[in-house]
Design a protein around this ligand. Structure first.
Ligand code: ZN
Length: 205
């Protein structure tokens, strides 16, 4: 039997908890018009007439994950070194201020019996980014999902992002990047594996 005939075993569908209902666009548009009025701006003015529709559409886009299916392949070559996708770009929405945070995620795993297409690592990041998030939770969701669906020997996720709520308001820490990480299995427990992963995911300056 060839590798091809053994492959293509779909994983269980992404478990997103809780499942989000579709965005109610007309209600969102009305709410944005209300917000403009509360901010003492006139949503009927020629400059702002289309703003409620645009804002509602932008939020709907940022909060609706693209569907995808994960496919795994048998690890026929018994590859047991780190597989790492570096600098996967993403944008998410901070749940405290509804302002975006964006940056890159480094996602790696130590293969067990199955491996995954590299582009799917980016899909997993994109999926969890399209939500009202905090960076810590997003980091852990990506790691937990890969652990439960791929059963690898280890998973590591490092996320570095700039938060608009930090850079344009409050402390105005422009350019400051927040780094979060989640290491599971051998990437957490084995010092050599952990060091290798952290060295490969060091920020490039
Ligand atoms: Zn925030």
């Amino acid at each position: 039997m060839t590798a091809q005939t053994l492959s293509d075993e779909p994983l269980p569908a992404l478990r997103v908890v809780p499942a989000q209902p579709e965005v109610d666009l007309p209600a969102a548009e009305r709410a944005v018009a209300d917000l403009l009025r509360a901010l003492r701006r006139d949503p009927k003015s020629p400059h702002l007439r289309d703003t409620p529709r645009r804002v509602a559409a932008a939020f709907a886009e940022l909060l609706t994950p693209e569907p995808f299916s994960l496919t795994t392949f048998p690890n026929d070559e018994s590859y047991d070194e780190l597989v790492l996708a570096r600098a996967i770009p993403f944008t998410s929405l901070c749940e405290h201020h509804l302002l975006s945070f964006s940056g890159v995620a480094h996602v790696g795993y130590l293969p067990g019996e199955r491996i995954i297409g590299l582009s799917k690592l980016a899909r997993v990041v994109g999926h969890f980014a399209r939500d009202l998030q905090v960076q810590e939770r997003m980091t852990k969701q990506v790691a937990d999902y890969l652990e439960s669906s791929l059963s690898p020997k280890g998973v590591g996720v490092v996320v570095e992002a700039e938060h608009l709520c930090m850079s344009v308001r409050g402390v105005q820490a422009r350019g400051a990047r927040t780094v979060t990480s989640c290491l599971l299995g051998k990437l957490r427990d084995d010092a050599r594996s952990r060091q290798e992963f952290m060295a490969l995911t060091m920020p490039v300056r």
